[in-house]
Design a protein around this ligand. Structure first.
Ligand code: TYD
Length: 207
């Protein structure tokens, strides 16, 4: 089963990804956790280029293609082979991030972004995608706590960029049945329980 997590930076995704992994391991499932961009040797090199603050001259089209190239490698080198071996593959971000960030956020033509994503991911379509939604003011508070010095190239973007990204996710959720919107203002434990109940239900339906 292929499970992805989406949301704005600082929405709490990474915590939930780890908790889900631990729970599935406890249930004696084979689980692999991956992060995007990255996850293979080649994809990690592309990640460094993408997030390096020095690369401020990067054009948005190049940015989209680099994210997609990193993903295309990850899909073929890891995701598809692991799914075939019966693993639960949990990805912290996947192609919906490119649709939300590069499409809705940066304003690249949505049809082009979607076509490039279809090409990059091939048959690796997530079974379920958890979208952790948080209002922008909450995200801004968390960003401030983190400190500007620690932000990467993309996290340094302005608030109206993040507004467009969030609206993008909300649009995607209207059209994609696999999208489950989770209220990110709830406690870590409440969110985890909600996620685990949905995953267990899906596992039972598949058996
Ligand atoms: P990362 O540090 O992994 O952020 P997070 O922990 O919030 O996922 O950096 C990934 C950054 O890249 C994040 O700001 C979102 C952005 N991004 C895109 O713009 N497009 C994409 O396709 C992906 C995968 C990430």
């Amino acid at each position: 089963m292929f499970i992805t997590f989406e949301g704005l930076d600082f929405c709490g995704k990474s915590t939930q990804v780890k908790l889900l992994k631990e729970k599935l391991v406890q249930l004696e499932k084979k689980v692999i956790l991956i992060r995007e961009p990255g996850g293979t040797q080649i994809s990690e090199k592309v990640r460094d280029i993408l997030l390096d603050k020095k690369n401020c001259e990067m054009h948005i089209e190049a940015e989209l293609l680099l994210f997609s190239a990193s993903r295309a490698q990850l899909v073929r080198e890891k995701i598809i082979p692991l799914l075939k071996e019966g693993y639960f593959v949990i990805s912290d971000r996947f192609h919906d991030s490119s649709i939300a960030y590069q499409g809705y956020g940066r304003g690249i033509n949505l049809n082009s972004v979607k076509t490039i994503q279809e090409f990059a991911i091939g048959s690796a379509i997530p079974n379920i995608t958890f979208f952790l939604d948080l209002p922008l003011d909450e995200i801004a508070k968390r960003r401030q706590k983190y400190g500007a010095d620690n932000l990467d190239r993309i996290e340094l973007s302005e608030n109206d960029f993040y507004n467009r990204v969030r609206d993008g996710y909300i649009e995607i959720s209207k059209n994609e049945k696999r999208f489950i919107t989770i209220d990110g203002t709830k406690s870590i434990e409440e969110i985890h329980n909600q996620i685990i109940n949905i995953v267990i239900q899906m596992v039972q339906n598949n058996e």
